[in-house]
Design a protein around this ligand. Structure first.
Ligand code: GDP
Ligand code: MG
Length: 677
């Protein structure tokens, strides 16, 4: 066909691989043409020309990577007996781009891809194809032959390494996660003429590769991926084709053996490189990989205009951010020291506007798409720096608001006892929130990618917590006040009734207690409502109050029947009955009087008061009788009812007897005295 005309004559007919092939047996296929179209012939070639279609997994794929005119095609032809075009000076300019495929000769079930192109002197479209074909080759091959001149080894920034970097990066992005196999990077160093041993050339290349790998943008999930997770490396070299032709052919044969002879120690087609694609699925597989590669934007080279725009936009942004940073830097220390800088929003916003204006004025002239992207990036940078300072300021405001609310709240409550808690604290809370919101609002910038909603919520929570604390303290204070008030009332009631220990004594005390606690309850309710105590918490406070009231009352009762007091009460009772008559007049005993009977009646009735004083009789109290609802759970109410223990009562009783006896004797004596007058 048409290819035959462009195939140059080869000076190496002695090569074994060519012996078996007739001149007409060209079996090359242009797998991908100059328009980046994938050949529709691949299946037919696999079936009829290459006879690989039925091979199942028994076939291998090799391709080649490297700059133009580095002898790639020459090498492939040596290794596999193929007849890829070898460029000569005459046809150099005519060569079309494309990827060619052929099958290895001598029964080698190997599919070989040769990449052709221009000589890389032009940038742009050619490079675009170079990248795509390299990525494609890497993605589908078990062995990628990386071909390079010896004198380019170590040129880290050389075109080859740059291309390799891009290809490795995109390969990782596109195929990294679905990796099923490793790939052998088979370096062939051409025109190895220097005395530098292959091992040190290999070392240099390996170092370069590792540096390239480290600098790759690794996709999410593959940040830790290592070069050796994906690739094996092998290094070979060949002498100069023209200067040492014999040597060249000999060594080329040795390399060929590595691809054909399974017994060769360096046999390259290891299991680890095998793709899980049977031969009859290969056409479809290869085409889908090519489509994925072609449609990948990351491989598209920016145009010259875009490159320029990127470069200039970066420069312009760098210049425009200077004054902006100066402004931010000038306020930052104050914010960092905890202050709230009132003018922060205004000044930095103005600086931001200026920076964007500066940027727009110059950058808007460049490639629109790039300008738009770079502007977005610039805005992001500016806003990122602003956000840090703003957040700092908002946090300061938050701290200040919380602190001032707590201290100011306490102060206002103390200063103004008449006003209700709810009113005082509510007003303050609104003030504090207003001040905080004003600080936040002052930091608004157009289309800010952030909000301070979380800080606003935080403030609300802090104020709520502080309010709860203040409320608790306030209720504590209210309870104490009510308690004092009730204590005063109750001590009067108790002194009254216990000083007059008739049948109405306990009912009177109980009625007094019920009245005092009802009164306190009513007052507490008002305070709880004003303070905004949740109704669910009312009962706890009521019970707490009741316990305090009763503790105080019981305490007052115990004091009222202390040793001296109770003794005094008994003696007074005795005297009332014994020394005074029913009309309340002091008795003057006459001999006819039955002192003994009178005395024992009076003593018995006075003594009977002791048990009455010893224990509180709560029958007269409606509240104390329903004590389950009245007191806090767990309150040991019964214990509080004992005013005088039995032991103490015996002691008191004994002392009372002695005093009574003295009184009796005194009465007797007075009668004797009266008689003797
Ligand atoms: P390709 O573009 O990389 O495929 O390179 P070719 O195989 O087409 O070879 C380009 C030119 O380099 C041809 O003139 C070859 O004869 C010559 N060439 C091939 N191999 C070697 C080599 O090992 N050393 C030198 N110096 N020239 C070579
Ligand atoms: Mg070539």
């Amino acid at each position: 066909g048409g290819f035959a005309d462009t195939v140059p004559s080869r000076p190496h007919h002695h090569h074994q691989g060519l012996k078996d092939r007739g001149k007409s047996a060209f079996t090359r296929l242009q797998l991908i043409d100059q328009d980046q179209a994938f050949s529709q012939e691949l299946t037919a070639y696999m079936q009829k020309k290459w006879r690989l279609f039925e091979n199942g997994f028994d076939y291998n794929v090799v391709s080649v990577f490297g700059s133009q005119s580095t002898g790639k095609s020459t090498l492939l032809n040596r290794l596999f007996g193929t007849r890829f075009d070898v460029m000569n000076d005459a046809q150099r300019q005519q060569t079309t781009r494309g990827i060619w495929a052929d099958r290895g000769t001598d029964g080698m079930p190997v599919l070989i891809l040769d990449v052709e192109g221009t000589d890389g002197r032009e940038r742009g479209e050619n490079q675009d194809f170079e990248r795509k074909s390299a990525l494609f080759s890497l993605a589908i091959s078990e062995v990628l032959i990386v071909n390079m001149w010896e004198h380019t080894v170590g040129l880290y920034n050389g075109a080859n390494m740059g291309l390799l970097k891009t290809v490795l990066e995109v390969n990782l992005q596109l195929f990294g996660l679905q990796r099923e196999n490793r790939t052998l990077l088979y370096f062939v160093i051409r025109d190895h003429v220097s005395p530098t041993p292959l091992s040190s050339l290999a070392k240099t290349l390996k170092g370069d590769l590792e540096r390239i790998w480290d600098s790759l943008n690794k996709p999410e999930g593959l940040e830790q991926a290592r070069l050796e997770d994906y690739f094996d490396l092998q290094f070979e070299s060949l002498p100069h084709l023209l200067l040492q032709p014999e040597n060249f052919e000999q060594l080329a044969l040795k390399l060929r053996n590595q691809f054909t002879d399974k017994a060769d120690g360096k046999y390259v087609f290891r299991k680890a490189y095998k793709r899980r694609v049977p031969a009859d699925g290969f056409p479809h597989y290869a085409e889908s990989v090519w489509e994925k590669v072609v449609s990948n934007k990351d491989l598209d080279l920016p145009t010259q205009q875009e490159l320029l725009a990127q470069y200039r936009c970066d420069e312009i942004a760098a210049a425009a951010i200077g004054p902006f940073r100066q402004v931010v830097d000038s306020v930052r220390p104050r914010v960092q020291s905890g202050q709230i800088v009132d003018e922060l929003g205004e000044t930095t916003r103005a600086a931001r506007e200026r920076a964007l204006d500066d940027f727009d004025q110059q950058a808007a002239r460049y490639h629109a798409e790039v300008y738009k992207k770079k502007r977005a990036g610039f805005v992001q940078t500016l806003d990122g720096e602003l956000h840090a300072v703003y957040l700092n300021q908002v946090k300061n405001a938050l701290t200040l608001a919380a602190e001032s609310f707590a201290s100011e709240g306490q102060k206002r409550l103390e200063e103004n006892r008449e006003a209700g808690f709810g009113e005082t604290i509510g007003a303050l809370r609104r003030d504090v929130a207003k001040r905080f919101n004003a600080t936040v609002d002052a930091l608004a910038i157009p289309d800010a990618p952030w909000t301070f909603a979380s800080e606003i919520t935080q403030l609300d929570m802090l104020l709520e917590t502080t309010t709860a604390k203040l409320r608790k303290a306030e209720m504590e204070r209210v309870l104490q006040a009510l308690r004092r008030e009730a204590r005063d009332t109750m001590s009067e009631v108790i002194a009254d009734h216990l000083g007059n220990p008739d049948d109405g004594m306990w009912p009177g005390v109980m009625a007094g207690f019920d009245a005092a606690s009802s009164d306190a309850d009513a007052k507490l309710l008002l305070r709880m409502e004003s303070a905004g105590v949740e109704t669910a918490a009312y009962s706890t406070l009521y019970r707490k109050l009741h316990k305090a009231l009763w503790d105080d009352a019981a305490e007052a009762l115990r004091e009222e029947v202390g040793d001296q007091m109770v003794l005094l009460k008994l003696r007074t009772a005795l005297e009332d009955r014994f020394r005074y008559d029913a009309a309340g007049l002091p008795r003057v005993w006459k001999p006819s009087d039955d002192i003994d009977t009178q005395f024992s009646t009076a003593r018995a009735s006075a003594g009977a008061l002791l048990p009455k004083f010893s224990k509180v009789d709560i029958r007269g109290s409606i509240k104390l009788r329903s004590r389950e609802e009245f007191f806090p759970p767990g309150y040991d109410f019964t214990r509080t009812l004992v005013l005088i223990t039995p032991a103490r009562a015996r002691e008191v009783s004994k002392r009372f007897s002695r005093e009574a006896d003295a009184l009796y004797l005194e009465a007797k004596r007075s009668m004797v005295a009266t008689q003797s007058q």
